[in-house]
Design a protein around this ligand. Structure first.
Ligand SMILES: Cc1ncc(C[n+]2csc(CCOP(=O)(O)OP(=O)(O)O)c2C)c(N)n1
Length: 589
């Protein structure tokens, strides 16, 4: 693949051939890539880089743990679509990045991670803070580079950005030895990228697209299954137009929420393990499943053998490895879902005179069935006079944000309730660790999102477990003055694990009780901002309004019913049509 990057680079900042250090060259490359801020933590081998940064305009955010540098970069990338950048020193700094890199890999998030490495002469000698970062991060990244000489540094950095953002996005790591940062040489801007082994198929096969259009007209019960690829490809307008044209019911996966507005009349909800009855029944009974930028994840499909078994499948994805990985499609289309949807919409329109209206009676029946499922079993919204129900908390956040706030979630029960009950009327509002499910993600990703979108109301919704993994970042939030609203849904448990132990392990609660949660007011005030604990339903609205109205960060600790379970639930390995809607009833003897 060859591309001209001179066009897209901001105006040249330095004259060609200027003498500079490797550290300065790296900063020059970052500036040319349009990086305005990045997240990192320095150490011995990156001191030359941080020294060059001292005089540079790019903003650096000092996180309190390297894992959170990746999560923050992910928050930045997920909120904007731009490449997120993070940086760590050699050895423990680099190994601390690994969870975040895998997280970005699983969710296809464009990240460039810069790591320092020991002096080239010491590599392989078990030098102080030497780790095989290249080897360790190989399976954790889309691609990784080890820079050996100053001459190759600029080319590698630009290639890293290109690979991270193009095709199926993902994390790319660049490992730079200390002597490369220190070396001096003449800088020549990079104008082209030539990667012969790297191919991205964007357009989709014309014949397959035409066949897909035909299937769409022939179908009596079409169903759209939209994933995170819609967000990554900025294909939300194309998805909306397509769904309206074919007038099919549509679901967005946990990664795709906001791809079709939650308020759109064709939006059914989220499918899968904690998806809605209507979404899962629609997937089960449809005769045509149109899968767009999605990977048939086990949390969506449940038992594969029974998943959408009556359906023919059209699968559009930019990554050929995803097509047919879990379900063999009838029409595979490898391409950028934005481009393919544009073409598919056109192809469907062209066939309209031939096929239009033929199936209208069947389609009417299908819609009334889907609506009946929606009415029959909407999501549970229990209310109590005495306790705050988790669902009540999410409903209030939804009401006060009106589908417009950025919501960064941690992992667990609160994540599922937030995904079920909060509306996302645009893409890039819902930010969560979908594939890896990394606890500790909520707070740092909210930092990154708020850095990227200072104009937006940003929530970090966490459980009391995940929040405690991220407490060090309260210092970053305070020092950067980021007005993130941290809402802890505090049930006193590692709730999602407790739920499984309750339902499937005879309620033998093992290592899931979280006692000693800190006083939220004191904790927040120790960092110089406001916080509060509430536990009564009548306090909820006012407390949330107060947090939102506060001009700074806010920590709201909401004590909720401890033993509430997330429903519906598809037991692991079950068919998605076999949802459970409550605890097993005691059997009479
Ligand atoms: C880093 C990490 N460790 C362990 C887990 C396994 N895990 C998934 S959900 C969960 C419980 C989360 O508890 P909490 O943060 O209190 O949220 P809740 O489920 O109560 O909403 C655990 C331990 C994980 N996802 N990530």
């Amino acid at each position: 693949m060859s591309v001209d990057i001179a066009q897209s680079s901001p105006a040249k900042r330095v004259e060609t051939g200027k003498l500079m250090s490797g550290a300065e060259m790296l900063l020059e490359c970052l500036a040319r890539e349009g990086v305005d801020c990045f997240f990192g933590y320095p150490g011995g081998v990156t001191i030359p880089f941080y020294d060059a940064l001292y005089d540079h305009h790019i903003r650096h955010v000092l996180v309190r743990h390297e894992e959170n540098a990746v999560f923050a970069a992910e928050g930045y990338a997920r909120a904007t679509g731009k490449v997120g950048v993070c940086c760590a020193t050699s050895g423990p700094g680099a190994t601390n990045l690994v969870t975040g890199l895998v997280d970005a890999m699983m969710d296809s998030i464009p990240i460039v991670a810069i790591t320092g490495q020991v002096h080239s002469k010491l590599i392989g000698s078990d030098a102080f803070q030497e780790a095989d970062t290249f080897g360790i991060t190989r399976p954790a990244t889309k691609h990784n580079f080890m820079v050996k000489t100053l001459a190759e540094l600029p080319q590698i950095v630009h290639e890293a950005f290109y690979i991270a953002a193009s095709g199926r996005p993902g994390p790319v790591l660049v490992d730079i030895p200390k002597d490369v940062f220190q070396a001096r040489g003449h800088y020549t801007p990079v104008d082209t990228i030539h990667l012969p082994g790297y191919k991205v198929f964007t357009e989709g096969h014309t014949g397959q697209i035409r066949r897909a259009a035909q299937l769409i007209w022939e179908a009596e019960r079409p169903f759209v299954y939209a994933g995170g690829g819609i967000i990554a490809a900025n294909a939300s307008p194309e998805l909306t137009e397509f769904v309206e044209l074919i007038d099919a019911p549509a679901v967005c996966t946990l990664m795709g929420l906001g791809g079709l507005s939650s308020s759109h009349p064709n939006f059914v909800s989220m499918p899968g393990m904690h998806g809605s009855y209507a979404a899962n029944m629609g997937m089960t009974d449809c005769d045509l499943l149109i899968a767009l930028g999605t990977r048939f994840d086990d949390r969506v499909t449940g038992q594969l053998a029974t998943f959408a078994r009556h359906a023919r499948v059209i699968h559009v994805d930019i990554d050929p490895a995803e097509v047919g990985k879990n379900r063999t499609p009838d029409i595979p289309i490898v391409g950028d879902v934005k481009r393919v949807l544009q073409k598919l919409t056109k192809a469907v329109q062209e066939l309209q005179p031939e096929f239009g209206r033929k199936k209208s009676e069947a389609r009417r029946k299908w819609w009334s069935q889907v609506r009946a499922w929606k009415d029959e079993r909407p999501y549970d919204r229990p209310h109590s006079e005495d306790e705050i129900k988790p669902q009540h908390l999410m409903d209030e956040i939804d009401r006060l944000s009106g589908g417009q706030a950025i919501v960064c979630s941690d992992v667990g029960q609160h994540q599922m309730w937030a995904a079920q009950l909060i509306r996302f009327n645009e893409p890039r509002l819902w930010i969560n660790s979908g594939g890896l499910g990394s606890m500790g993600f909520g707070v740092p990703s909210a930092m990154g999102a708020q850095m990227a979108r200072p104009d937006k109301l940003v929530f970090a919704i966490c459980g009391d477990g995940g929040f405690q993994m991220a407490i060090p970042e309260l210092a970053t939030i305070a020092s950067q003055g980021l007005p993130v609203k941290i809402v802890v849904m505090n049930n006193g448990y590692l709730g999602m694990v407790r739920q499984w132990q309750t339902l499937f392990y005879n309620n033998r609660l093992s290592a899931v009780t979280l006692d000693c949660f800190p006083d939220a007011e004191k904790l927040a005030s120790a960092y110089g901002f406001r916080g509060r604990t509430i536990e009564k339903p009548w306090e909820l609205t006012k407390a949330l309004q107060e947090a939102i109205a506060d001009s700074g960060p806010y920590l709201l600790n909401v004590k909720v019913t401890p033993d509430e379970n997330v429903y519906p639930m598809v037991p692991a390995g079950g068919s998605i049509s076999e949802m459970v809607f409550g605890p097993p009833q005691p059997v009479a003897v």
